[in-house]
Design a protein. Structure first.
Length: 366
């Protein structure tokens, strides 16, 4: 039987530009292997980079390999010896040697120069190790992106928020997010700042969007934005003709105020401490929905923070709103927060980024 002809291997002098070019052309046909593990399920992706110089296309190859060989070569380069790599990887020296020889035979080049103390990368090896480490980096990025993709496309986001965000702000953002990721489920719980902390600590919610919350040790603030007070009234109310209002103008009409303890009510009460025109409201309620319905049917005025009010360009069929001059009422703060020391899911984190980005564009940071 005729002896099998061995594929020749080549050694590259460091100064051989011709051989370096030859190696680069060969490297363009190397197989790139990605082994991605996510949630105990393994997804293997293999691309074969072929004909890059000609048509810049990627051709899929039916068989796949692990990154084990690349890790072996990287370990040899880092430790400077076959035995050192074997010890580092908990393999036998012969197994490491076989991996290296198989790879060198595949590409047709020696990548290490042997010496009495171990091995050193040669010119070809320098190119190979650069490629290997770039592959490791890209594999890590791919793993992260695949995990993010899986997390964003499904899951649940539990939000505790002030009533102020329910009519306009939050529904718009949830519908926008679900338009892109329809399998994400949202749960919205109406809370105020006094119970936001306990809801986060008990893991009843992932995110808290509350007005007037003071920062406490277990509340990790993601964003705080200033919120001016706005007067809310019917579309045809006389005050709707003004672009901005003074608080005294609102008190010329019947008042329907949020109950004591709500953030917007606290802003009004604080502002009225030094005013001579203060008087009792004709209506109080702990439901902003009721207050909205009431002022839509009467000449009454109620108050709400900016993001919860139908300020232009929001078009409410029954209501409109105008900002109160800051000389009369100091702004409050709307907080977005999570439980300190707890990591958010990918879905909750991305949704927080979405609403945080929008609030940052519209309002002043604290």
């Amino acid at each position: 039987m005729a002896a099998t002809k061995k594929r020749p291997r080549h050694r590259l002098p460091a100064t051989s530009d011709q051989n370096v070019s030859r190696f680069v052309n060969c490297a363009c046909e190397l197989q790139l292997f990605f082994y991605v593990a996510s949630n105990s399920r393994c997804c293997r992706l293999l691309f074969f980079l072929q004909g890059v110089a000609k048509n810049h296309t990627l051709t899929y190859i039916g068989h796949m390999k692990h990154l084990t060989t690349f890790r072996v070569i990287d370990a040899i380069a880092r430790t400077g010896s076959i035995r050192g790599a074997a010890d580092y990887l908990a393999l036998t020296p012969s197994a490491v040697q076989r991996r290296l020889q198989s790879y060198e035979a595949e590409i047709g080049f020696d990548i290490f120069d042997r010496n009495p103390k171990g091995v050193d990368l040669n010119s070809a090896g320098e190119l190979v190790i650069m490629h290997i480490r770039e592959t490791f980096s890209e594999t890590g990025k791919l793993t992260s992106r695949l995990a993010d993709l899986a997390g964003m496309r499904r899951g649940e986001v539990r939000i505790g928020c002030s009533q102020a965000l329910v009519p306009y702000f939050l529904p718009n953002h949830i519908s926008s997010y679900q338009a892109t990721y329809p399998n994400v489920i949202f749960e919205v719980v109406i809370i105020d700042h006094s119970i936001a902390q306990s809801a986060l600590a008990n893991h009843a919610i992932d995110l808290a969007l509350v007005f007037g919350a003071s920062e406490v040790p277990e509340f990790k603030t993601l964003l705080g934005v200033r919120q001016q007070l706005a007067a809310v009234m019917g579309l045809n109310h006389p005050l709707a003709h003004f672009e901005q209002l003074r608080l005294r103008q609102c008190y010329e009409y019947p008042l329907a105020l949020p109950s004591v303890g709500f953030g917007s009510r606290a802003m009004v009460d604080l502002a009225l401490q030094e005013k001579s025109y203060s008087r009792s409201p004709e209506m109080e309620s702990n439901s902003f929905e009721y207050l909205k319905s009431h002022v839509a049917e009467t000449s009454s005025v109620t108050f709400q923070i900016e993001c919860g009010a139908p300020l232009p360009p929001i078009k409410d069929p029954y209501l409109t709103a105008r900002v109160i001059d800051q000389r009369d009422v100091a702004p409050g703060t709307l907080w977005i927060g999570q439980l300190a020391g707890r990591s958010l899911s990918v879905t909750a984190s991305r949704f927080a980024e979405q609403i945080g980005g929008n609030l940052s564009e519209l309002y002043e940071h604290v």
